[in-house]
Write a protein that binds this ligand. Sequence first.
Ligand code: ADP
Ligand code: ZN
Length: 209
Amino acid sequence: MKLVLLGAAGSGKGTLAKNIVKDFNLPQLSTGDILREIAKENSKLGETVASYQKEGKLVPDEITFEVLKNRLSKNDCLNGYILDGYPRTLNQAKLLAKITDIDAVISIELDLDEIVKRLVSRRNCPKCGEIDNTNHEGYNGLCRKCQTPLFQRDDDKPDAIKARLEVYKQNITPLINFYGDKVFVVSSAGSPEETYKPVKTFLEGLKNE
Ligand code: ADP
Ligand code: ZN
């Protein structure tokens, strides 16, 4: 199964992806994560990527598409994958269509206010990748899995959040139209489990087709 996940920053896209990974044994390819790794490199490319990411702007297509193609050519992608963060624009979807056929697109919907609330309180573990938030009881700034001090992503600050959501809003409708009846829409207003349930049923159906 080749899946695309669509959802604004803070919509619960990463969490949903992890649930799918667990049950369907597909690798999760997050272009955001891959690009963040590249941004750490001490190179011209790293510097360029970092400058876009920091401001919440899209990294240019020449870079992202190369990075993606390279990732898709790895052996673990042979039986399918979950694309998390690609495509983000109609043009990216068209580029992707040249190299592969997508089976289904899961689009996560959530109110803008709720998204902003989730993003400003989001914290990440630098060691194991766990994502947490500051608004629950018992939050102490340490990773609940490995006890490492959590950090806030540079682009989870208000200005960059606004920029990312704006970019998302502009691009989502053309993307949904492009994929047409391959799109399955789910709301993430409830808990992670509530969000995942209909998706799981949908994917099980798809698998048995
Ligand atoms: P979020 O979905 O929370 O914004 P991501 O980790 O998916 O976070 O992406 C973070 C940043 O990485 C984006 O704001 C952008 O700069 C870059 N990026 C990720 N995926 C793409 C893509 N498909 N095209 C261009 N830039 C991307
Ligand atoms: Zn951790």
